[in-house]
Design a protein around this ligand. Structure first.
Ligand code: 6PG
Length: 253
């Protein structure tokens, strides 16, 4: 692993509310910069529960008017193998919290299919990404948003699973034994070609694992979040005090 990779920038805030606020403001900043520079903003949303507050803030009256949503393209980092109206659907969470509440052109929402065959859905989504990032060797998202599970997984890159070793595909179907199901997920290599990667991690349940991921031995198969090292892009961790409680020298960044 080249040592000149981006040193993670740790942004630590008092609580989850402040983390959500800062992450939402950074989203707007990056969206404006990208739209100015390239005429569009491509963002892969995180699933799970932590980002929901960010999405709700972005859809709130104060922030939603600060962005021209017509150039925003919404993608997903991963999806559970359920229909889009299912309670476990990342799409449903993001749609209810944000997408249905801002003036986003329908064709700008690139949903990752959870229903049906996971392998076929991964291929479909890769085709859609290759069309959007026309001619690129790897997708260069302007922003990829990620959470981290208590086990150190991110997106649907779970410890000890096959997706961790996928080096050529942009999207893959990953069998997750502990859930007895497939997940569809961006690969680490695809994520690492992003211009900006934002981890959002809050709460005491993440403290131990975060310390290991950031300051422990490198063991990507046990701690897949360690795989996220952007090649040229920036990596920022938005953390609350509770999650960051055990970080050595946590006043960095
Ligand atoms: C998912 C996510 C996953 C999530 C972590 C953290 O589909 O579940 O993409 O990677 O970010 O599991 O989840 P919480 O935010 O709920 O703790």
């Amino acid at each position: 692993m080249p040592s000149d990779r981006a040193t993670p920038n740790l942004q630590i805030f008092a609580d989850a509310g402040e983390v959500a606020r800062a992450a939402a403001e950074r989203f707007i900043e990056l969206a404006r910069e990208s739209t100015e520079a390239r005429g569009r903003f491509s963002v892969a949303l995180a699933g799970g529960s932590t980002p929901k507050r960010i999405y709700e803030l972005l859809a709130g009256d104060e922030l939603k008017t600060q962005l021209d949503w017509s150039g925003v393209h919404i993608f997903f980092g991963d999806e559970r193998c359920v229909p889009p109206d299912h309670a476990d659907s990342n799409y449903r969470m993001a749609n209810e919290a944000l997408l249905s509440r801002v003036s986003l052109p329908e064709q700008n929402v690139h949903r990752m299919r959870g229903e049906g065959d996971a392998v076929a859905n991964a291929r479909l989504y890769e085709d859609e990404l290759r069309e959007f990032f026309d001619g690129e060797t790897w997708p260069q998202f302007d922003l990829v948003m990620l959470g981290m599970g208590d086990d150190g997984h991110t997106a649907s890159l779970f410890p000890g699973t096959n997706a961790l070793d996928v080096r050529t595909a942009w999207v893959t179907a990953n069998w997750v034994e502990k859930f007895d199901t497939f997940r569809v997920t961006l690969t680490a290599t695809a994520i690492n070609h992003a211009r900006h990667v934002m981890f959002i991690v809050t709460g005491a349940s993440k403290t131990e694992r975060l310390q290991e991921v950031l300051h422990g031995e490198r063991d990507e198969h046990r701690l897949p979040s360690q795989l996220i090292q952007p090649d040229e892009g920036a990596l920022t961790w938005f953390l609350d005090e509770a999650a960051a409680a055990k970080l050595k020298g946590k006043d960095e960044g």
